[in-house]
Design a protein around this ligand. Structure first.
Ligand SMILES: [Fe+2]
Length: 143
């Protein structure tokens, strides 16, 4: 049972890692192609967020390794919109998706008895929420 819970936790963390890695690639793509004033604002925001995403990915990979798993090097699918509005819509949706996945993972970490991991995941949830809110502000959306 404990082993099964651990395997599930590792598998979930690996899916989260694939999303974080995709987030890095998506940000690099968008920062280089987003045009116009809104594109400029998006670029500024993404460049500020990139080091945080890299930290998230490294943390997840470290945790997977210490749990005895193999950190994935595959990345989740990266859409390639040309329109800046579509990029931002995509980014907002993805941030909320990650937040919801991390909430599930924090619950698994607690059941597994790793409260330190639960707290780190909750910090990532806070980062994701801040990031989603900053993107929403760019296009005048409320939460
Ligand atoms: Fe992240």
């Amino acid at each position: 049972m404990a082993n099964e819970a651990k395997e599930k936790l590792i598998a979930g963390l690996n899916d989260d890692l694939a999303l974080e890695l995709a987030g890095i690639v998506r940000s690099v793509y968008q920062a280089s192609t987003a045009g116009g004033l809104l594109g400029h604002e998006l670029r500024e925001l993404l460049q500020k967020e990139l080091p945080v995403e890299l930290q998230h990915a490294q943390f997840l990979a470290d945790k997977i390794a210490i749990l005895g798993g193999t950190p994935t090097t595959s990345i989740a699918e990266v859409p390639l919109p040309v329109d800046v509005g579509k990029m931002i819509d995509e980014d907002i949706a993805t941030e909320w998706k990650i937040v919801s996945r991390l909430r599930e993972r924090a619950g698994q970490a607690e059941s597994y008895g790793d409260i330190g991991l639960k707290i780190r995941l909750e910090e990532m949830i806070a980062d994701g929420t801040d990031h989603a809110n900053a993107l929403q502000r760019l296009v005048g959306l409320t939460q």
